[in-house]
Design a protein around this ligand. Sequence first.
Ligand code: 13P
Ligand code: SF4
Length: 352
Amino acid sequence: APSDPDLVERARAAKAKLGERVFVLGHHYQRDEVIEFADVTGDSFKLARDAAARPQAEYIVFCGVHFMAESADILTTADQQVILPDLAAGCSMADMASAEQVAECWDVLTEAGVADVTVPVSYMNSSADIKAFTGRHGGTICTSSNAKRALEWAFSQGEKVLFLPDQHLGRNTAVREMGFSLDDCVVYNPHKPGGGVTPEQLRAAKMILWRGHCSVHGRFSLDSVEDVRSRIPGVNVLVHPECKHEVVAAADYVGSTEYIIKALEAAPAGSSWAIGTELNLVRRLAKAHPDKRIVFLDKTVCFCSTMNRIDLPHLVWALESLAEGTVVNRIVVDEETEHYAKLALEQMLALP
Ligand code: 13P
Ligand code: SF4
């Protein structure tokens, strides 16, 4: 549905009043009505970098989810304020690893005698606490666009990797891109005593995968791929690496949201594509490329409900409040957490 013209006008007016004082970042999974007001759009890596590159903006309005806003707060200067237009925009995957659970996991690894040779690699999609744990233990953050480089770096520092919280990104990167076998991976389940694994398994594993996943990408199945291939002959299947291993193994192309966008820009007219990622992005791509056939990999999968929490009314409210001098929904990471989380984020930014 087209946006309410009154709200569009109010968003424009508030942004114009704020001028250079505000910078609006929009993740590719955001609604069209929000993307329209983003000064820059990107995948999680690009947005983290862009937030850090705007020291002149007093306010960073982050149209994305909570962990992204936290990362922006960590990477921006102390004077800059990061605003998340709806505080309920969390991420179910990030919620699958708490600081207590991860500390317990490290104890389990210590008891198994492997903590010393294990390097934590945490997906951007994690809380600031988890990033701080990662920094404290000499690890790095990664996103879906640099996971391979992050793992290569980690294996140059130690013998094993504790990858959290997305088991699929960890497994897909290790097996698809780095030559590890499925047997080199073991899954640590934070809800089971000892992670549900034996010390022997931990000692034998190269990749210790946290049992977390994305509730949206986890719903694409091998059936989705087989079904679309039978319906659309010659279709190219392109999925995000947060999808399950069997889905990624059956796909033709795999990559981050930024990769997906570029792949479709480069695709020849008349080609057919089935995309396994968030629906807002897939719809926007289909609209942007009327000369290509672009379909959603599985019609039973829907939007990321937390990404969708940020809508035009929330954005207008945040911008108007700022324009009137009231800072709402500020995301602040405490100093100590920020210090260690920053080490891990900077390690990611320094990856070759
Ligand atoms: P990217 O934009 O880095 O591909 O991340 C996808 C995602 O799930 C963000 O929540
Ligand atoms: Fe989290 Fe998945 Fe939504 Fe990304 S798409 S914010 S990983 S739940």
